[in-house]
Design a binder for this molecule. Structure first.
Ligand code: 13P
Ligand code: SF4
Length: 351
C-alpha cells in the first residue's frame, strides 16, 4: 500500500491553511496537472488527486513568481517528490545542488539540518523550510559542546561529522560527510584513526569498508534503528526471490541481511541497474513509492517505517511557506563561517 500523501499533522494544517480561494479542483487545474497525475497514478489514487492537484498548481505558479526552487529529499511523499520538486536527491546531491542554484529562494523539503546546509552554502539567498520543527534524532544526539569535549579527549584525531547535525556541531569539526561519501572522507586524511560522529551504525558500517580505525558516538536514526534482522529473515522466507537493500544507518545485524548497502541515491541507482523482480528497501517508507513510479516491473515489499520529521513537510505547508516567505532559516555568522568550511571541504573532495 502506498503511504498517505496529504498532511498527517491536521491540527497544524488547520492553523496554517493558505488561501482557500485558489484551491478548487477546476477543469483548468485538472487539465494543467494531467501529465503530472499520469506520472504518479501508480502511487496516488484518482480519489486523492482532486485534493492534491490544486496545491500542486498553486505551488508551481508561486515558484515562478518568486524565482524559487524546491529541493526535495528522497523521503518526501510522491506528491512533493514528483509534482512540485525541481531537484530531488540524497543529502550529498541536495548540498551540491544548493551550492549551484541561481534561484533567489530555496524551499527545502526535508529536515532542518538540510535547510541549514543550504543556507550555509547560500548566505545571501532566502532559504525557507515549510516546518521548522522538522528535526532529526541524529542531529539531536550531539551538541557543539560534546564535539569540543571529544576534541580534547582525542587530540590530533580528525573529526568527521555526518551532515545530519546542526550547523553548530558542523562548525566544530574538520569536514562533513554523508552516507554516500563517508568512506572516501575518512580515508581523505591519510591517517590511522578518525572520529566519525554522531551515527554509531554508520560508523560501524564504514569501519567494515576501510582499514582506518573509526571512533564514534552513540547517536541513532530513530527510523532505521527500528528494523530488525529477524523481520528481514521473515520477509525473505515469505517472499521467494526477494532482494534486500539497506541504508547504512541500520544496525549491523540488519545490514548483514542485505544484498546491498548504500545511501538513498545509492539504493535508487541499485534498483535502476539491477531491476529486481521484488525488492525491500530498508529505509524510510516513502522512498519505495517514489522509486516505484519509475520501476513498473518491480514489486516493492514494504515494512513501512515513516520518519515523523520528514513527514512534517506537506503540500499545504509548502504553499504557505511560499505565500508568506516563511519559515526563513538563519545561521549565526560566526558559526556559519566554520560550518560552511566543513561542508565545502566535503563538496570539494575529488570524486
Ligand atoms: P541520505 O543522505 O542517504 O539521503 O540520508 C539522509 C537521511 O536522513 C537518511 O535517514
Ligand atoms: Fe533523521 Fe532518521 Fe529522519 Fe533521516 S530518517 S531525518 S536520519 S530521523
Amino acid at each position: 500500500m502506498p503511504t498517505p500523501h496529504i498532511a498527517l499533522d491536521t491540527r497544524t494544517e488547520r492553523k496554517r491553511t493558505p488561501a482557500r480561494s485558489r484551491l478548487a479542483y477546476t477543469p483548468e487545474v485538472a487539465e494543467e496537472t494531467r501529465e503530472l497525475y499520469n506520472r504518479v497514478s501508480k502511487v496516488i489514487t484518482p480519489m486523492e488527486w482532486p485534493a492534491i492537484a490544486p496545491y500542486v498548481k498553486a505551488i508551481n505558479d508561486l515558484k515562478k513568481e518568486h524565482n524559487a526552487v524546491i529541493l526535495a529529499h528522497n523521503y518526501m511523499t510522491p506528491d512533493i517528490f514528483h509534482c512540485v520538486a525541481d531537484i530531488v536527491g540524497d543529502s550529498l546531491q541536495l548540498a551540491k545542488e544548493a551550492a549551484s542554484t541561481d534561484a533567489d529562494v530555496i524551499v527545502q523539503c526535508g529536515v532542518h539540518f538540510m535547510a541549514e546546509t543550504s543556507k550555509l552554502l547560500n548566505p545571501d539567498k532566502t532559504v525557507l523550510i515549510p516546518d521548522q520543527r522538522a528535526g532529526c534524532s541524529l542531529a539531536e544526539s550531539i551538541t557543539a559542546e560534546d564535539v569540543r569535549a571529544l576534541r580534547e579527549a582525542y587530540p590530533g584525531v580528525p573529526i568527521v561529522t555526518y551532515v545530519n547535525t546542526s550547523a553548530a556541531v558542523k562548525s566544530e569539526c574538520d569536514i562533513c560527510c554523508t552516507s554516500s561519501n563517508a568512506v572516501q572522507v575518512v580515508e581523505s586524511f591519510g591517517v590511522d584513526r578518525v572520529l566519525l560522529i554522531p551515527d554509531e551504525y554508520l560508523a560501524k558500517y564504514v569501519a567494515t569498508q576501510t582499514d582506518v580505525e573509526i571512533l564514534s558516538w552513540k547517536g541513532h536514526c530513530e527510523v532505521h534503528e527500528r528494523f530488525t534482522a529477524d523481520e528481514l529473515q521473515a520477509y525473505r522466507e515469505a517472499e521467494p526471490g526477494l532482494r534486500i537493500i539497506a541504508h547504512p544507518e541500520c544496525p549491523p545485524d540488519v545490514l548483514a541481511e542485505a544484498d546491498f548497502t548504500g545511501s538513498t541515491n545509492g539504493m535508487i541507482k541499485w534498483v535502476e541497474t539491477h531491476k529486481p523482480q521484488k525488492v525491500l528497501m530498508v529505509t524510510e517508507c516513502s522512498m519505495s513509492d517514489n522509486v516505484a513510479v519509475d520501476a513498473p516491473d518491480t514489486e516493492f515489499v514494504r515494512p513501512c517505517n515513516l520518519c515523523p520529521h520528514m513527514k512534517r513537510i506537506t503540500l499545504p505547508k509548502i504553499l504557505e511557506s511560499l505565500e508568506n516567505m516563511r519559515d526563513e532559516v538563519h545561521v549565526e555568522e560566526a558559526v556559519a563561517m566554520k560550518a560552511r568550511e566543513a561542508v565545502e571541504r566535503m563538496i570539494n573532495l575529488p570524486v
